[in-house]
Design a protein around this ligand. Structure first.
Ligand SMILES: [Zn+2]
Length: 403
């Protein structure tokens, strides 16, 4: 299993200049290869004797001319141009199998990154050694002990990060869940989430003020003259705020998923379709922003690390409309209706807690029947999917709370 740990870098001025140059070299090589790919492809159409373009040939071609045509490329690690072209090859592969769109040119200011392979860098406690640059300070040490595969150095909102990919054959094996019990998680309209235990996760509080500031900054940016220095400054300010909001949201999502995966063995969640959910402007901003898929992905791999499991309800499972006591199903329930009384058994329900309890019951009954008990309708709705291959843990947020 590949795990990536993203660590903030603290380069000095000279190092910062190098990083900008290496990222620029990678971008140049990528764009050069993309243009060359298209040219060679057109040529091969008109003359079938010519070979179709491929990334290995393009790398050899660039290596042959870089000394004379682009001598500045030699000032940074040779990985910067090489791996960029390999990434272009992968982008085309993804395009050919309809996984992605046709590759586009990288842009300055947006695509500031380069990758180094494991034979080209070294990590030692809180520092990383990059060829032709030397040691760069990191904000924390690498948390995963395994074979290092590669590192992607990138810039976001003025800060540099190293995302170090480590191969850990067994993933992380963490202590098993604190209880072998089950829990249902209802994703909130105003709150981030409600558990079947009655607990609620409110989500980040600072967000509201930041969102007000975000509106103000984007307004200021739009008034600045295009191409002016003040516009550049305003843009960086806005980018920093965007990044900060994303960190806050990512952190609260990680706190939620870690807390659940640490405490419960069986976790029942809804299968919200992401597009429909984004249309719902009320849904908690932390989830709407990260996407429901991200929450599910985190729960899946964090549960797997502790031997737990996630059960996803069918998309049409009416978790809010069923009475968790007697199973009565009411016809309609408005989004603003926080409380309701069951006509069947007269129980007073809190909308979110009731939905969470239903999800918990769904998870329990589907795992029981999957283990050889009586088959029920819910069993067919169980969809166990393997955890995705690569998991990215962002900076400080992700794993500190797992231990
Ligand atoms: Zn009832």
């Amino acid at each position: 299993m590949l795990l990536a740990h993203r660590i903030r870098l603290d380069p000095n001025n000279v190092q910062g200049t190098y990083l900008v140059r290496a990222a620029g070299t990678a971008r140049f090589a990528y764009n050069w290869a993309l243009a060359e790919w298209q040219r060679q492809y057109q040529a091969s159409l008109s003359d079938p004797a010519l070979p179709k373009p491929n990334e290995a040939a393009l790398r050899r071609q660039l290596n042959a001319i870089k000394r004379t045509d682009f001598p500045w490329m030699l000032e940074v690690t040779k990985n910067a141009p090489q791996i960029a072209i390999m990434q272009l090859g992968r982008a085309f592969e993804n395009f050919f199998v309809h996984r992605a769109r046709f590759p586009t040119f990288r842009r300055k200011g947006r695509d500031e990154r380069f990758t180094v392979s494991n034979d080209q860098f070294r990590v030692e406690d809180k520092r990383i050694r990059i060829p032709k640059l030397g040691w760069v300070r990191m904000r924390e040490s690498l948390r995963f002990a395994g074979r290092i595969v590669s590192a992607c150095i990138s810039r976001l909102a003025g800060h540099w990060f190293a995302s170090i990919t480590v191969d850990m054959p067994d993933g992380l094996s963490l202590p098993p869940t604190e209880s072998q019990g089950a829990v249902g998680v209802d994703l909130g309209v105003k709150k981030l989430a409600t558990l079947s235990t009655g607990e609620t996760f409110a989500g980040p509080k600072a967000l509201r003020t930041l969102l007000v500031r975000l509106r103000r900054l984007s307004r200021q940016l739009s008034r600045k003259v295009k191409g002016s220095r003040n516009r550049g400054k305003a843009r960086l300010k806005l980018a920093k705020l965007h990044a900060r909001i994303a960190y806050l949201r990512g952190d609260s999502l990680h706190q939620l998923t870690t807390s659940i995966a640490r405490r419960f063995h069986t976790i029942g969640i809804e299968d919200l379709n992401v597009k429909g959910m984004l249309g719902n402007r009320c849904l908690s901003r932390a989830i709407a922003d990260m996407g429901f898929g991200e929450l599910r992905r985190q729960l899946m791999y964090k549960a797997a690390w502790r031997g737990g499991q996630v059960v996803v309800a069918d998309r049409w499972y009416p978790s809010s409309k069923l009475c968790s006591c007697c199973g009565y199903r009411i016809e309609s329930l408005g989004l603003d209706q926080r409380q309701w009384a069951c006509p069947g058994c007269a129980t007073q329900h809190d909308r979110d807690v009731n939905a969470a309890i239903n999800l918990r019951n769904m998870a329990v009954s589907s795992t029981v029947s999957a283990c050889g008990g009586e088959g029920s309708g819910l069993a067919r709705q169980r969809r166990a999917k393997p955890a995705p291959e690569k998991q990215e843990s962002s900076g400080k947020a992700a794993l500190r709370r797992i231990g």
